[in-house]
Design a protein around this ligand. Structure first.
Ligand SMILES: Cc1cc2nc3c(=O)[nH]c(=O)nc-3n(C[C@H](O)[C@H](O)[C@H](O)COP(=O)(O)O)c2cc1C
Length: 424
């Protein structure tokens, strides 16, 4: 049977935890040095750190000894403090579900599911990381396009949504089961959606078929009172139930809908037939797409064939994703499959992609490979747990300014001009 999904209750960590602690702990050893070497220097040598009010400690038990905070700040902006503080707090709150390793590569948490890890060996998650690291960029500071007066324009309009830069929150579900219940479902989505709105982009909600109706309603209400600025992620529930979920998304004016078709393999574990997830035919997909005027994206595309099937069903866009390596072991990384998919789709619909987006330069890389925008999953979870709404806004603002700096360095004046020519 397929391992349980994002909403499964907590499991005890196994004996391999020692090895994992070694892997992540050794990465944290001398964290000040590690942070400045391993974690991108792009993180804002000249960014202005903002002060972040971290959530109260009241509900957080003292971290276990092995989770003790490193003596120096670590994390993307550890050098200057603000994002580093958010990450440090996140580690205290999320441990042992997430160790907030300086390099989030899926090694220390392999197989930790529920939690943050990839399924089984964790190789699919690790491939997302590795394949993105292998993308090389061409430095063109003498590009003849930009100077100190003409800065790159990072903004974009995607599927009718104006964004400060082409990155949005990836749908995340099973908040209590995956993250240990230190923040309520509603507070988590307030942080994600509110923080992304503050940063000029879209938040999102995820789904798990076990969610009671009142929980779903409260979650979608968060979209409503944030002006609809979020993606409603809906699992491949049965048609009637899926259409009920579409109506809920419509009632709060959600900006976009995704179906994570890659959750299809999880149907073995659902006791409730009314909400049981499973695969869809193209005809079934078409029925769902046409049931709403909200732009409908098919998430979980890893081949050109599936991309064309989604386009044939009328999807407004696709999301190249292997669900963070949580649905099938041993898949390639998304950066590996994206170019062939983009070539086949050939501009018919916008392509989003996710997989280990951490820095602004990651956004640039995925766009150079053919995406119109990216979704950010685990790193935003950490920002939400470490700094609430402010932490999420800070993380997204930081990523936007890194993206702008990277655009300068490859000579891209605007988002439209990012293409394969920036690849080395
Ligand atoms: C804990 C967890 C829960 C998730 N829940 C959902 C979900 O409900 N719906 C969905 O479409 N994707 C879900 N995903 C997948 C993410 O949307 C995203 O595809 C994946 O995490 C890859 O992005 P990342 O590498 O930035 O984390 C989940 C991922 C994680 C780690």
């Amino acid at each position: 049977m397929v391992a349980s999904n994002d909403d499964k209750t907590a499991e005890t960590l196994t004996g391999s935890a020692d090895r994992r602690e070694f892997l992540c702990g050794s990465a944290l050893f001398g964290a000040g040095i590690v942070a400045s070497q391993l974690v991108s220097s792009a993180h804002a040598e000249d960014a202005q750190p903002k002060s972040v009010e971290l959530p109260s400690d009241e509900k957080s038990p003292a971290p276990a000894a092995s989770a003790a905070a490193p003596t120096t700040q670590f994390g993307p902006a550890g050098v200057k403090g603000a994002v580093g503080q958010v990450y440090q707090k996140a580690r205290e709150v999320l441990y042992p579900r997430c160790r907030v390793c300086p390099q989030c590569d899926g090694v220390a948490c392999a197989g930790e599911y529920p939690g943050f890890g990839g399924l089984g060996s964790g190789i699919s998650f690790q491939n997302n990381f590795k394949d993105l690291q292998h993308v090389r960029l061409k430095m063109r500071a003498l590009n003849g396009v930009l100077n100190v007066e003409k800065r790159p324009d990072t903004s974009t309009v995607l599927l009718g949504q104006k964004l400060s830069f082409p990155a949005m929150a990836a749908p995340i579900g099973g908040v209590a089961a995956n993250f240990g219940g230190k923040i309520s479902d509603v507070d988590y989505f307030e942080a994600i959606i509110g923080g992304c709105a503050d940063a000029g982009t879209l938040g999102s909600v995820g789904d798990s078929p076990a969610d009671p109706e009142e929980v779903l309603k409260a979650r979608f209400d968060v979209i409503g009172h944030n002006g609809g600025r979020a993606i409603a992620g809906i699992k491949p529930r049965p048609q009637t139930n899926f259409i009920e979920m579409i109506r809920l998304a419509e009632s709060v004016n959600a900006a976009l809908i995704t179906i994570d078709i890659d959750s299809a393999g999880r149907y073995g574990n659902q006791p409730n037939k009314r909400t049981q997830v499973g695969p869809k035919t193209v005809a079934e997909l078409r029925q769902l797409v046409h049931a709403t005027k909200i732009p409908f994206l098919v998430k979980g595309i890893m081949t050109p064939e599936d991309a064309l099937a989604a386009v044939e069903a009328g999807a407004a866009g696709i999301v190249v994703s292997n669900h963070g390596g949580r649905v099938l072991d041993h898949t390639p990384g998304t950066a590996d499959v994206l170019p062939a998919i983009a070539a086949k789709v050939n501009g018919k619909v916008p392509i989003l992609v996710d997989g280990c987006v951490h820095y602004g330069v990651d956004v640039l890389k995925y766009m150079a490979l053919g995406a119109s925008g990216v979704l950010v999953g685990r790193h935003l979870v950490r920002a939400a747990f470490g700094g609430g709404r402010q932490g999420v806004a800070l993380f997204m603002d930081t990523m936007r300014s890194e993206f702008e700096a990277a655009m300068v360095m490859v000579g891209a004046a605007n988002v439209r001009s990012i293409n394969r020519t920036v690849l080395a």
